[in-house]
Ligand binder design. Sequence first.
Ligand SMILES: C[S@@+](CC[C@H](N)C(=O)[O-])C[C@H]1O[C@@H](n2cnc3c(N)ncnc32)[C@H](O)[C@@H]1O
Length: 229
Amino acid sequence: MKTSTTCPVPIATVRSLAPPGFEANPARGRFNSAFFSLMGGYINWHLRKRKAKAFADLSPNVVELGPGVGANLRYLPSGARLIAVEPNPYMHARLRRAARRRGVELEIRSAVGERIDLPDASAEVVISSLVLCTVGDPAAVLAEIRRILLPGGRFSFAEHVAAKPRTPTRWSQRILRRPWAWVFEGCSCERDLASLIESAGFSSVDINPFRIHSPFVPFNTHIAGTAIA
Ligand SMILES: C[S@@+](CC[C@H](N)C(=O)[O-])C[C@H]1O[C@@H](n2cnc3c(N)ncnc32)[C@H](O)[C@@H]1O
């Protein structure tokens, strides 16, 4: 049976580890795992100031949605315990290695953000980056985040959003939407996530739009901030 060089588990087994609601595609799953491993430093360099602000002073018990290969482990305090809701089994081996390197106690939940297998009011902090653009149903994910957060709990995020209408960036997001979504496993460049977060029922929301300057034009518009349950 064929095995992956980054994951010693047979492909068929890895694929069957994907939860309902997430289609694990071996080629794209492995490509994205390698892509975010190779490009993670570059992406983070562009987002670093906004992420440092949004993810400042996290408590040691954190739930992260779609952590991928561990781009945000660097923002966790020492001795942190991370529950990683990551449906893509091709991310898991790299995420485990990265958590070991950083001394983070890691528990992977192979679940989608639309159905998080954690009890109501059980989480102090939920974080995400570049995930709400990728999930199938961002409104359902936000409802799940509110469900699992303790009253007063914090959701902090840095997310990729649609550019303002009638701008060259918005046109590029429109034109490239199909190949972009195919390569990046569902990533949409066309979501108004600020409005979705604002209308998700949090008690307070602080959202800051910003732009990065990368050659990947459809990827250049973002928001970062914190919402309180
Ligand atoms: C663009 S990657 C971002 C990874 C990482 N957060 C980062 O900033 O590098 C999107 C991540 O969301 C995950 N994902 C996709 N659909 C999801 C869903 N329905 N629920 C939770 N995570 C999901 C993917 O597997 C992937 O790890």
